[in-house]
Design a protein around this ligand. Structure first.
Ligand code: BV8
Ligand code: ZN
Length: 251
């Protein structure tokens, strides 16, 4: 299926064309077509036996820091080998058509920024950054696969960890505040590639609904948000998002 044969409801295209402020909330599904497995997709190889939600926790890191470090090193290598897809580029193109466009992402792969989106909020951090688990300082350099895994902090020799938000950890206040402000003031919220089950991110579309925004879900499958959204566009975001932008802003 290509973007050209995906039909977009004309009133939705008009709403997007007339929008002053657009926000997007994205999840792992938006990076799936770039080759980044979603959290739902079964893990492969030696990681198949682990549930991602179990590895992405402070208690897992406390129990087995080398295992958790190696998992993130594997994902970092994978992310370094992929590129944004047409879905990322379509959201970035919105920056040129809409006065204000913000992307709040649950993804830790940095692909929205690589695609050129000017205003990206990383709700759950970024896997390509590493910080000290003790003093919190960012590490400027580290060896992903050295003899000592996790490597030690250059400042306090505490263990290094990925600069992501693990389950049971609070999201960065400034990121949550900016995302809440965006969904409270946007005319249209595009919710793409997320199962809408991880909180507090999954609360954002409900907030947007309460503030009168038009909420559009882009996902091949139904989610808990589907019955609440104004529009549910069933299909891969790499096809649907370019079709949506093309329908709203014909060349
Ligand atoms: C916190 C970074 C305070 C790390 C991540 C309220 C109710 C219930 C539970 C809770 C609640 N409040 C808090 C919780 C607990 C928890 C939570 O929500 N648990 C869930 C599982 C029920 N939340 C937290 O712990 C948060 N912190 O609340 O702190 C606290 C303190 C102590 C104790 C309790 C609370 C922190 C949450 C952030 C965790 N970090 N990532 C890393 O990446 O390693 S979450 C991680 O998983 C991702 O970032 C993402 O957020 C989530 C995965 O979800 P999705 O992105 O939606 O991806 P998923 O695979 O699930 O689905 C993919 C979707 O894409 C599918 O719908 C599929 O159909 C679709 N799709 C597939 N292909 C395509 C596609 N769509 C479009 N195109 C395609 N081609
Ligand atoms: Zn340190």
């Amino acid at each position: 299926m290509s973007a050209s044969d995906y039909s977009i409801p004309p009133d939705l295209a008009r709403a997007l064309r007339n929008a002053r402020t657009v926000a997007a909330l994205t999840g792992a599904g938006v990076s799936a077509e770039s080759g980044v497995p979603t959290f739902r997709d079964a893990q492969t190889g030696l990681w198949a036996q682990f549930d991602p939600c179990e590895l992405a926790t402070p208690s897992a890191f406390a129990r087995n820091p080398t295992l958790v470090w190696d998992w993130y090193a594997m994902r970092r290598a994978l992310v370094r080998g992929v590129a944004p897809n047409a879905g990322h580029y379509a959201l970035a193109a919105l920056d040129d058509h809409v006065p204000e466009c913000l992307v709040a992402t649950q993804n830790v792969d940095g692909l929205h920024q690589q695609a050129g989106s000017r205003w990206v909020i990383e709700l759950h951090g970024n896997i390509t950054r590493v910080k000290c688990a003790s003093c919190g300082r960012q590490a400027l350099a580290w060896d992903d696969a050295g003899p000592q895994r996790p490597p030690r902090c250059a400042y306090c020799s505490g263990p290094l960890r990925p600069d992501v938000v693990w389950f049971e950890e609070m999201l960065p206040d400034d990121a949550v505040a900016a995302a809440e402000r965006a969904v409270d003031t946007c005319d249209v919220l595009l919710v793409a590639g997320t199962s809408s089950e991880v909180y507090p991110a999954a609360e954002l579309p409900r907030r947007a609904l309460r503030s009168g925004a038009r909420v559009v879900e882009i996902n091949p499958l139904a989610t808990p948000l589907s019955e609440l959204a104004h529009d549910t566009l069933r299909g891969p975001s790499g096809v649907v998002l370019p079709a949506l932008v093309a329908a709203a802003f014909p060349a």
